[in-house]
Design a binder for this molecule. Structure first.
Ligand SMILES: Nc1ncnc2c1ncn2[C@@H]1O[C@H](COP(=O)(O)OP(=O)(O)O)[C@@H](O)[C@H]1O
Ligand SMILES: [Mg+2]
Length: 303
């Protein structure tokens, strides 16, 4: 069997911490079954320690910019490396929430009404064209982990944008309801996880602070809704061209309507992350999950 090299870290700080903790959780588990190394990288380039490792399976647990957006995947492809997870194209597509929404909507998965626009110097270009009525949510089009998700109304969008970084944003209708997330393993949906804010209401700050959210698995949404969201997750995974694994976020509103939010091509894998819980709900232990992922990458490389 090939050696396994876990890659974690990354230059940008936002998700580096989760990546490092996930890398350690992976190391603890994989080293029981494989000769395993853990490499932490700091720069947005192919780490020299893996460039020639054609004998190994690379397990990138690299979240966010570069590590998850196809940049790293393109470099690993060029170097002819064998790695776990989605390739360049799917990674790039899923990092772009607007493009991923359009792709899954084409296959019949419901998405939230919204628009994409650019911000430069704290100002949006011609936003009046498509201002949505009522409460809206403003979020970066291409950044993860709820960084900068804000609730706004038509009147205060301009004020909300003043501190915004340059780049693309999404403005969506605000959905009042529950957050759901579903792990997908080799095309098959695992169990549905429901995210419960501890403070009793959906508040972005509290919900995404470590320890502030509780999770239940299976989600308390009934068998029909569960079946539906699993089917949507599998459709979204296929539509985006994902490989090996992904975790797909949805919301369900009070009338039971479901909406796709985004695909995470590299899910967080700390001991308390959603993906391991989703797998556990489907009867797959953390150790077995990782063996399966290594096996999928290994089979692809014909060894
Ligand atoms: N249109 C929306 N209406 C209500 N809540 C939203 C909406 N979009 C995002 N959220 C909230 O923000 C969280 C993060 O949004 P998401 O699109 O998954 O981006 P990311 O996880 O990359 O930050 C969601 O889990 C949800 O709680
Ligand atoms: Mg999300």
């Amino acid at each position: 069997m090939r050696d396994v090299i876990i890659l974690s870290g990354g230059e940008r700080s936002s998700e580096r911490d989760v990546s490092l903790r996930s890398g350690m959780a992976l190391y603890d588990s994989l080293s029981k079954n494989f000769r395993t190394e853990l490499i932490v990288y700091d720069k947005d380039e192919l780490p020299s320690a893996i460039a020639e490792r054609h004998d190994a399976i690379i397990f990138p647990i690299t979240l966010g910019e570069f590590g998850e957006d196809g940049g790293l995947q393109a470099l690993m492809d060029s170097a002819g490396l064998c790695y776990v997870g989605s390739g360049r194209e799917a990674s790039d597509l899923c990092m772009n929430k607007f493009a991923a929404k359009a792709t899954v909507a084409e296959r019949g998965v419901p998405v939230i009404d919204g628009v994409k626009f650019s911000v430069k110097g704290g100002k949006a270009m011609d936003l009046s064209r498509f201002r949505l009525a009522g409460d809206c949510v403003l979020k970066p089009n291409d950044r993860g982990s709820s960084i900068g998700v804000k609730k706004v109304t038509g009147e205060n969008i301009d004020a909300a944008l003043i501190d915004a970084h340059d780049g693309e944003f999404l403005l969506e209708k605000n959905i009042v309801g529950k957050d759901l997330t579903v792990g997908v393993l080799d095309g098959q949906a695992l169990e549905v996880v429901e995210i419960l804010p501890k403070h009793g209401f959906l508040d972005y700050d509290s919900k995404y602070t470590v320890g502030a959210a509780d999770k239940i698995c299976p989600a308390s949404i009934g068998p029909e809704a569960t079946k539906k969201v699993k089917a949507y997750a599998e459709t979204a995974y296929r539509a985006c061209g994902c490989r090996d694994w992904a975790r797909i976020d949805f919301m369900i509103d009070d009338s039971g309507d479901m909406f796709f939010l985004e695909v995470n091509t590299i899910p967080g894998m700390t001991q308390t992350s959603f993906y391991p819980l989703s797998a556990q709900g489907a009867g797959i232990s953390f150790d077995d999950l990782l063996i399966k992922l290594i096996d999928l990458a290994n089979t692809r490389h014909g060894m």
